[in-house]
Design a protein around this ligand. Structure first.
Ligand code: AMP
Ligand code: TRP
Length: 331
């Protein structure tokens, strides 16, 4: 094990990876591998907190793992695995849950939103505690996520602080890492709502694996704002501002620069420009995906889980001892 700081993050294996996931989180996952001891997880236990089809889970989990590899998660530098194959996550979630006040869980806006559709279930309610356990079981220092996870991460920090206060310094209090541009990518059809996997309207999001002509079509149809100026103003011009963020990320140029250059450009041409940049940026990922072989990725995920179990178990031995359950090893 290295002395480097650890970074942990997770993604649910439901639906396809979209531009919000990529810009808000996954690009950082890839970048941070150089600097941190990186641990990434396909969070299948989180995915089953809303209605799902069990016969599809194995396939969507594999597809998500492959997408992460195609985007640039590099198993020679990062640990990558399926959450359910490392039982220490669920065990720590229980130990943390026994001391998590209901008041904190009642404030979670994602619970309120999701339970409207999925019903008020314990799994959905306890979701943020499992997320805290994911992070803390690896004693992660930092967590790259989009802005929609800020509230969950604050709860994870509170849980870490509470545990440390009660049992002594055990967990680092994890910091959130969000990108400067793209922390909240908006829907192409309603730029006041975030781009999301669960939006029934396919044209609201660009998938990382969309074909070039689909990307062009979706961007051409993107809802823009009244007026005709390409300007950055997320409140009054949310549509164009969202497109500017996308262009900035894919061209690696500042929003100011782009506004200066394209200020007078017609919306139609501007959208084409954004589409060209996105198509070019995503081509490498699409090509990588095709080279990945299911069996090989499956083996890689098994190896990842075995390594992650060993690392998580080291931490759990300490946690069990602290809470009075011994080491957990029966002799
Ligand atoms: P999920 O698909 O909900 O598991 O999210 C995976 C990661 O993508 C998390 O870090 C989210 O914060 C991030 N994410 C999801 N949607 C967006 C969005 N529209 N903009 C920015 N980041 C997002
Ligand atoms: N809740 C996160 C999401 O929906 C996924 C997630 C689960 C996660 N556990 C995590 C993210 C731990 C960061 C760290 O996007």
């Amino acid at each position: 094990m290295t002395d480097r700081k650890r970074v942990f993050s997770g993604i649910q294996p439901t639906g396809n990876i979209h531009l919000g996931n990529y810009m808000g989180a996954l690009r950082n996952w890839v970048k941070l591998q150089d600097e941190y001891d990186a641990i990434y997880c396909v969070v299948d236990l989180h995915a089953i907190t809303v209605p799902y089809d069990p016969s599809e889970l194995a396939q969507s989990r594999l597809a998500t793992a492959k997408a992460l590899l195609a985007i640039g998660v590099d198993p020679s530098r990062s640990l990558l695995y399926y959450q359910s194959q490392v039982p220490q996550h669920a065990e720590l979630a229980w130990l943390l849950g026994v001391d998590t006040p209901l008041g904190a869980l009642n404030r979670m806006t994602q619970f309120k939103e999701k339970s409207e559709k999925a019903g008020q279930k314990l799994g959905l309610y306890a979701y943020p505690v499992l997320m805290a356990a994911d992070i803390l079981v690896h004693r992660a220092h930092a967590v790259p996520v989009g802005n929609d996870q800020t509230q969950h991460l604050e709860l994870a920090r509170d849980i870490a602080v509470r545990f440390n206060g009660k049992f002594g310094e055990t967990f680092p209090v994890p910091e959130q890492i969000t990108p400067r541009v793209g922390a909240r990518v908006m829907s192409l059809q309603d730029p006041t709502a975030k781009m999301s996997k669960s939006d029934p309207d396919d044209s609201s999001r660009i998938l990382v694996f969309d074909e070039p002509d689909t990307i062009v079509k979706k961007l051409k149809r993107a809802v823009t704002d009244s007026g005709s100026e390409v300007a950055y103003d997320p409140v009054n011009k949310p549509g164009i501002s969202n497109l500017l963020e996308i262009l900035s990320l894919f061209t690696d140029r500042s929003i100011d620069d782009l506004v200066n250059e394209h200020n007078a450009m017609q919306y139609g041409r501007f959208k084409q420009l954004v589409a060209d940049a996105v198509v070019e940026g995503l081509t490498r990922i699409r090509t990588n995906y095709k080279t990945l072989e299911d069996g090989e990725v499956g083996r890689l995920m098994t190896k990842g889980a075995l390594d992650a179990r060993m690392r998580a178990e080291e931490q759990m031995v300490e946690v069990r001892r602290l809470v009075g359950l011994g080491s957990g090893t029966i002799s």
